[in-house]
Design a binder for this molecule. Sequence first.
Ligand SMILES: [Zn+2]
Length: 400
Amino acid sequence: MTTLYQKRVREDNLRKVLRFIHRMGSTSRPAITQELHLSPATVASLVAELEECGLVQEDGLGKSRGGRKPAILRFNAEWAWVVAAKVGVTRVRVGLANLKGELKGKRVEPLASRNPKDVVCQITRMVSMLLEELPHPRILGMGVCCPGVIDRETGEVLKAVNLGWENVPLKSLLAEHSPWPVFVEDGADAGALGEKWFGSGQDVENLVYVVVGNGIGSGIILHGELYTGQQHVAGEFGHTSIDFSGPLCPCGNRGCLELYASARALVQKVEEALRQGEKTLIRNLLEEGRNLTAELVSEAAYLGDSFALQVLEETGTLLGRAIGNLVNLFDPELVVIGGGLSLAHPVFFESLATTVKAQSLLLHRRPVAVRKAFFGGDSELVGAAALTVERVFGERVPIL
Ligand SMILES: [Zn+2]
């Protein structure tokens, strides 16, 4: 008779085997036996269980290390999918991803309202539309990321300055509408992990991810691990002050970086110049009935407008100076720039990267690399999907 204790040990081992195969992508029974210090008979029986449900599949024969060639075991990333969502200051993105965090489809809409309950309804509606387009019989969980200070355990948004949120129980609000387990993540942290696991940062151990949209945030990975600080506040880069007597920021501090170098700051700078009578193609584009956004400024820059090019360069240089401080503080191998502004005319990214490197204290030795996010505006979505898979597999084996 199987005792409760034996059952728990088996579940625990099954979880370890699944996590190992998931992490490796493909492996073999002898490799699992060796790595997890389990007996060959135990591994054979646990793998049989995972094969039976389809989570793991045999795929040809591997190299022999003496004796028979072992069967290759491959993780079946399509066995189930996860839902990911990102709440931004102006947009909501939702996506469906497989168990490797690969996006299968996504929807992007303008954020309709900042009221938390409306945001939850919008996410729920967008997810159902996406699932109607791309149905999958098995959804394991939903990961939602948003900017600000998040308590990952309770799923509460403690403070999101740009959304005007304080102590919003996002996880419980979403759980009322979601048939799946819900996890809430910090947007910049999810982006950093998405880039570290699958994107620009796969070959480095120390990475700073900076997301530049209407706000500015950062995710910091040190020695391969996310650094979140003692109360999840680490990485609130947009609210570091660059002018102690500057204008008041909604966060309560003065002269925050976000007020000078974000997409919103760039738009405000352009608005001010237009009021002063600046001659620029932006004015012509606005006369065609377009809205003044960072994308519009970038479009004018592509048309050769010298004012648009100048504003983008100034913003890139300013942000580069601030990131230079981060580089001298953490000494990472790589800085990854994500968010909407990273997709602007190249003059923005080039002036940013040049300034970061010029500020590096040991430039002549091994300069820090500065890259654009591999996933563009989707890094957070990819990270949220991957974190959801990690969390589900960490808590339970989905077949039990
Ligand atoms: Zn601030």
